[in-house]
Design a protein around this ligand. Sequence first.
Ligand code: FES
Length: 114
Amino acid sequence: MSDTPNSGYYQRHIFFCLNERLNGEDCCALHGAKEGFDHCKQRVKQEGLAGKGQVRVNKAGCLDRCAGGPVAVVYPEGVWYTFIDNSDIDEIVESHLKNGKVVERLQLPDSVGR
Ligand code: FES
């Protein structure tokens, strides 16, 4: 990878919605978002994928696709995921973040919004 300003500091960037609504409305925080985020962060580190030129795992606020929660999105591909448990996260890490292969079975349909 060249060292020009637009070369992309990270190869892939995954954002997890961790939004929590205190007014009782549904949100990703009520569906295991934090657990998924923590597990992803840990797995990426264990696999030696974290850091410049590789993968960054970030928290995000509401991504406005709450009906599919918990949700996460991977850039630069712009692929959206929903997940249930740690084995789903493991698959996203191994297949997509590490090897660039989208996990189709966990993709969030385009029709899912807020
Ligand atoms: S609360 Fe997670 S996308 Fe809106």
